[in-house]
Write a protein that binds this ligand. Structure first.
Ligand code: NIG
Ligand code: FE
Length: 415
């Protein structure tokens, strides 16, 4: 593969810095090289510098790409998505407009259980075909790595089917994928009133099978009093941890602090959502070094008006991360640029903090900080050229996808 040089970039936003997730004032340091350029060799970043430096380092057969005065950023690392499901829930979206709440719709058999019914009826090939379509949406927004959860099967075979579709999506190479098992996403119809039996199925059959096949790196639970209360969430996560899974949790989406306290107690990699978390929860997360993954697009789409307290979390020294939560119910968007806009307007993060949260902090939350999330020599050449001249415009001009070109491992992606 010939070397590749990207030249004539108004800003190369490197995110260079300490080799760990960024906290506090570090979240405002983007390591910008103005009028910069980038050299890629063997799928990795070889050098970032001025145009003159990169042209000197290039050889006669280096492929030169003129970025036309645009900006270059590391690909977004979307650390929380549910991209494999059948059908969608536009009907519930309309019902919410007429006053029904997410919880009411779930209680009458809609919500996650409605997507479960559709997903069970779909084949692995159907699910993969749908996920390929969503992959194009992620790429268009400048995302190059996603975390991808199962959780719409809720039988052993259907969870394995989803995780195999996730594995195929990653193996095809158009997007890097970090798989998470979320068998405890909801209690399925056939276990209504028998939640403890379903927890046994997750622990005794699903977790060992998923681990044996190497189909997931992490285990997640929807920890919520009305879904999986804290005692059962703990039981599942401890069993997962004993097998070797890393832990992530849906925590405090609707009720305060139990989920974040459990994430801290178990030393999870992340606690995600946190719309209802109070000082008690974010203090515990800070002490335990758990990364918050904030999902403002789901608060937006549910119309709750309740966004997580990002400012207080940053002030406490938490390595805040942003993700889409892409799913057919609470957050049908794959757009990290939209998430940046919501982070700035609704959670009062600065543009620089939001970009840090969407790149390097996402990478560290998935234990991939040494290979992606910043443009440092030696890292994988996963980056996007956006059609702007200043990084703040990514959050400021909202409502359009702006990636002009996206590269993964130095290969230009098409969609
Ligand atoms: O992260 N809260 C639980 N899971 C998803 C929603 C899934 C769905 O509604 O289908 C979330 O918001
Ligand atoms: Fe989620």
């Amino acid at each position: 593969m010939a070397d590749l040089a990207i030249v004539n970039c108004a800003q190369v936003v490197t995110l260079s810095g300490p080799a760990r997730a960024r906290t506090g004032a570090e979240m405002r340091e983007l390591g910008i090289v103005r009028n910069g350029a980038l050299l890629v060799r063997d799928g990795r970043i070889a050098k970032v510098g001025t145009r003159a430096e990169i042209e000197r380092a290039a050889s006669t057969d280096t492929e030169m790409v003129d970025a036309g005065g645009r900006i270059v950023l590391p690909g977004f690392v979307d650390a929380h998505t549910h991209p494999v499901f059948a059908g969608n829930r536009a009907d519930e979206f309309d019902q919410r407009a007429e006053g029904a709440t997410y919880a009411e719709i779930a209680a009458r058999g809609g919500g996650i259980r409605s997507t479960v019914r559709q997903t069970r009826a779909a084949s692995e090939a159907d699910l993969l075909a749908a996920a390929r379509r969503y992959r194009a949406w992620f790429l268009r927004g400048g995302t190059t790595t996603i975390e991808a959860k199962s959780g719409y099967g809720l039988t052993l075979d259907d969870e394995l089917k989803i995780l195999r579709a996730i594995r195929s999506l990653g193996a095809e190479g158009g997007l890097r994928v970090s798989p998470t098992f979320l068998g405890a996403h909801e209690v399925p119809d056939e276990y209504r009133g028998r939640r403890a039996d379903y927890v046994r199925l997750v622990i005794d059959e699903m977790l060992p099978a998923v681990w044996r096949e190497g189909l997931a790196e992490s285990c997640d639970v929807f920890c919520e009093p009305s879904v999986f209360p804290v005692a059962q969430s703990r039981e599942i996560l401890e069993a997962a941890c004993a097998l070797g899974f890393r832990l992530r949790l849906h925590a405090d989406q609707f009720s305060a602090d139990e989920g974040s306290l459990l994430a801290a107690e178990l030393g999870a990699d992340t606690a995600d959502h946190l719309e209802a978390t109070t000082q008690c929860g974010w203090t515990a997360l800070a002490r335990a070094g758990v990364q918050p993954v904030l999902l403002p697009a789901s608060a937006y789409c549910l119309g709750s008006g309740r966004y997580p307290a990002a400012r207080q979390m940053i002030e406490r020294g938490l390595a805040v991360t942003l993700a889409t939560d892409f799913n057919p119910g609470s957050s049908p968007t794959a757009s990290m640029p939209l998430v940046l806009s919501l982070a700035v307007t609704q959670m009062k993060m600065t543009c620089a903090e939001a970009i840090t949260a969407a790149t390097i902090n996402g990478a560290y939350s998935l234990r991939r900080g040494n290979s992606v999330g910043s443009l440092d020599a030696g890292k994988l050449a996963d980056f996007a050229i956006h059609d702007f001249a200043d990084y703040r415009e990514l959050a400021y001009f909202f409502g359009r996808e702006t990636a002009w070109a996206v590269y993964i491992g130095g290969v230009r992606q098409t969609w």
